[in-house]
Design a protein around this ligand. Structure first.
Ligand SMILES: [Zn+2]
Length: 350
């Protein structure tokens, strides 16, 4: 049973963009609707007649930048919504995203049990004039940036650390790299891509669920979630979680991208998620919203010979030194971006 409490917040902080818009496509089409966004929303490039090959775009993901972002996010001590480090993480994400020309950034607040949550959305839309065949309804790549250490005995969320390096600074760092890379590749897009940095995942997806509930039906064509992808020391394994058979085509697009671009995630294990397994930020979109949704995560089910289990998961010890498979992290980042670009360039025909 899911309970949803959404409290409209009106404590706008100068320099942030707050919106109650229920349609990201509207925002993407009219970026001047928000003053702070308009400075960075103007086309930085003209439509490219011959898009850069996707393999070349993937090669732009910089492992050093991934690492810098992950370490910065872990350095705030905790990104739990009750901890002072959370505001530092929000400021970091807003600052990083707002500095990229061509990215429209919003901080959309919500609340759970009186605790403020900040969902941060970065929209990257095709530059005007609209290319033929543009699809207004966007696709989404999402990752949660909040953290917890509630498996550490006696842990106090407002005071104690929750570095969340693997869970989920790894996925958050990937989204920051996508913002940089996709903003320079907007000319190849035929639909907007929204990068959603969700809060409150560790409260059981309250940030993503509240955001879904604020949308009109089918506000997104597809959702790809990336969460915990840097630990596995045994194999370059990812689980490909898909949410009901409605997501089977999207699942197949991920598998095809893994092959086509020689990304090398192996094994890539398909896992069907049902309402009895309501986990990860893709779950609200796939199971409640009925939107084709998948999640890439290093382990969804029980541990086996290809994954020992991240023993620091949800503890104060999920620190940057536990990111023991940077090759897997890069592969996960590439596979997510390859699938999204394939879809966004092709108009998202699933
Ligand atoms: Zn997580």
């Amino acid at each position: 049973m899911l309970l949803l409490i959404v409290i409209a917040a009106c404590d706008a902080v100068p320099g942030r963009v707050f919106t109650s818009s229920s349609s990201p496509a509207v925002l993407a089409a009219t970026p001047s609707a928000s003053s702070a966004a308009s400075a960075t929303a103007r086309p930085a490039t003209t439509p490219s007649p011959t898009p850069r090959p996707i393999a070349d775009v993937l090669a732009q993901i910089d492992p050093a930048k991934l690492d810098d972002h992950m370490r910065a996010l872990a350095s705030f001590q905790s990104r739990h919504p009750l901890h002072p480090g959370h505001a530092k993480a929000v400021a970091y994400l807003m600052e990083q995203l707002s500095a990229i020309p061509g990215v429209v950034v919003q901080d959309i607040p919500t609340a759970y049990n009186g605790v403020r949550l900040d969902n941060i959305l970065a929209t990257i839309a095709p530059p005007g004039p609209r290319p033929d065949g543009l699809v207004d309804v966007p696709g989404m790549i999402c990752a949660h940036y909040d953290s917890t250490a509630n498996r550490t005995p006696g842990w106090r969320p407002a005071i104690d650390p929750a570095p969340g390096a693997d869970d989920n600074a790894t996925g958050t760092a990937a989204l920051l790299e996508y913002a940089r890379i996709l903003a320079a590749d907007r000319g190849s897009l035929r639909m907007p891509i929204v990068l959603a940095f969700f809060d409150g995942e560790e409260y059981f997806f309250k940030g993503s669920l509240a955001y879904l509930q604020s949308l009109s039906p089918n506000a997104y064509r597809w959702v790809i979630n990336i969460d915990m992808v840097g630990f596995n020391p045994l194999a370059d394994r990812l689980d490909l979680v898909y949410y009901t058979t409605k997501s089977a085509s999207l699942r197949d697009r991920v598998s095809e991208a893994n092959q086509r671009y020689g990304i090398g995630v192996s094994p890539l294990v398909e896992q069907l998620a049902t309402t009895e397994a309501f986990i990860l930020d893709a779950a609200p979109f796939g199971l409640v919203g009925g939107i084709p949704s998948v999640a890439l995560v290093q382990r969804y089910g029980e541990n086996d010979a290809t994954f020992p289990g991240n023993y620091t998961f949800h503890t104060v010890n999920d620190t940057p030194d536990k990111i023991t498979n940077k090759r897997l992290w890069l592969k996960a980042a590439k596979l997510t971006l390859a699938t999204a670009l394939d879809l966004a360039r092709g108009g998202a025909q699933l």
